[in-house]
Design a protein. Structure first.
Length: 325
């Protein structure tokens, strides 16, 4: 057993990554450098804003590096000059070329928000909900040149509930990841890792989320729409057009219907319990929505000021043929 702490370089960008960085900061291991994406403009003033990882690293007195790419020879040499045993990557957002993967003596670890090989790729949390999965988890893997194809070093699972959103599931996984990462770092320190090959035949791909995907196709079933609404909350948020106004749907629930068949997208009821809309199969009850220029509010609050918009029989615009995936 080795008592010598590992020297760790950390690479990550969003809040999910910052939680893992915090765990390493509070551990026995030594952080020798932090990599994160360049500052991005945000907000109405479009001011440059540091990532959550950068903010935490600077607050902790850790050196921060923000190259625009790691494919550059100079950037690779800069990383190689930092003393480190292992590189930990959590939602970094930049590709690590082979030269970088080969730099740390103990390799590069990645914290991935699914139980691999299911949902390799950019949006594992959203795609798991969208697909109707009942569970997911976190995998710590040894990185290789493929897309989330490396050997698995540890996994932990959690359920996906019928009301789970991408936001709530993100938080569940963010609680699982840090202790699992520290366990793997301890295993590495003591030479006790047990790499497990992934079954490539079981792999699925979690494609990046694009805003046009969030437009509601009312011809889909209520069950499918419910999953998409939850998967795309808090980004990019499902939306549809009613009249000339784009309406964003934050929370909804499916319900069975034996009522007289209405065209998909047609409002069949609107009261304090929600705005009920016909789907290709059954109905969806919109409980929280957002009008253009307004805040996300309950259906009851929206109806108190805008009931005429949601008259029974009004119909949300259908998806055009060229918009259907």
């Amino acid at each position: 057993m080795s008592d010598k702490p590992l020297r760790v370089i950390f690479a990550g960008t969003p809040a999910f990554a910052a939680l893992h960085l915090k765990a390493i900061i509070n551990s026995k291991h030594q952080l020798t450098g932090v990599y994160t994406q360049p500052d991005r403009s945000a907000g109405r003033g479009r001011k440059l804003q540091a990532s959550p990882v950068k903010q935490l690293a600077e607050d902790s007195g850790i050196s921060v590096y923000q190259p625009t790419t790691l494919k550059d020879i100079a950037a690779q040499q800069q990383l190689a000059d930092i003393p480190a045993d292992v590189l930990v990557v959590v939602a970094y957002g930049l590709i690590l070329p082979p030269a970088v993967l080969a730099t740390p003596p103990l390799g590069c670890l990645n914290v991935h928000a699914s139980v691999l090989p299911r949902w390799r790729g950019a949006a594992p949390i959203q795609r798991a909900i969208e697909a109707g999965d009942t569970s997911t988890g976190v995998t710590i893997m040894q990185m290789d040149a493929g897309l989330d194809t490396g050997d698995m070093l540890a996994t932990n699972t959690c359920p996906i509930g019928p009301q789970s959103t991408a936001a709530s599931l993100h938080d569940d996984l963010a609680r699982l990841g840090p202790p699992l990462l520290l366990k793997v770092l301890g295993d590495l320190q003591n030479g006790r890792t047990h790499p497990q090959k992934q079954d490539n035949e079981e792999a699925t791909y979690a494609a990046k989320i694009f805003k046009p995907e969030a437009k509601v196709d009312w011809q889909q079933s209520a069950t499918v729409l419910d999953r998409r609404i939850r998967a795309f909350n808090p980004f990019p948020i499902c939306f549809s057009t009613l009249g000339s106004e784009r309406i964003r749907i934050w929370h909804a629930r499916p319900q069975s219907s034996d009522a007289t068949r209405r065209a998909p997208g047609t409002i069949s009821r609107a009261d304090e319990k929600g705005i009920v809309v016909a789907c290709g199969e059954n109905e969806i009850v919109i409980e929280t929505l957002q009008l253009e220029g307004g805040k996300a509010l309950s259906a009851q609050q929206i109806l108190s000021a805008h009931r005429a918009k949601f008259t029974i029989g009004n119909q949300f615009d259908p998806l055009l043929p060229n918009e259907r995936q």
